[in-house]
Write a protein that binds this ligand. Structure first.
Ligand SMILES: [Zn+2]
Length: 108
């Protein structure tokens, strides 16, 4: 028997996931463009992108993710500090620290 139905309710059809990815891409680009003169719009764009990602179970690209605050969705300046495998940045809008782990280079 050929399975034609989706085996769980959480997975959306392929074409919808493809669309969601496209939309996230566009929104991320717009957010980056808008942040200089209109931070409010940038925040809105990124928030929408995140929402779409959550609804369709699509990951937001790491490159995009690192550019925005986790909590208030505002654009981050390039202020990453690297220390012992943790990269850290401070959000200028909400003042929270954003931390991501990274693999430090090994010195031989
Ligand atoms: Zn923030």
């Amino acid at each position: 028997m050929i399975k034609t139905t989706r085996n769980n309710r959480r997975t959306k059809p392929d074409y919808q996931i493809k669309l969601a990815k496209e939309r996230i891409d566009i929104l991320a680009k717009e957010a980056e463009k808008a942040h200089a003169e209109n931070p409010k719009m940038a925040r809105r764009y990124y928030k929408l992108a995140k929402k779409i990602g959550m609804r369709y179970n699509v990951k937001i690209p790491t490159v995009v993710k690192r550019k925005f605050c986790k909590w208030c969705f505002s654009f981050l300046s390039e202020g990453w500090r690297l220390k012992k495998g943790v990269m850290r940045n401070t959000c200028k809008t909400c003042g929270k620290h954003i931390r991501y782990p990274y693999k430090p280079m090994r010195h031989k």
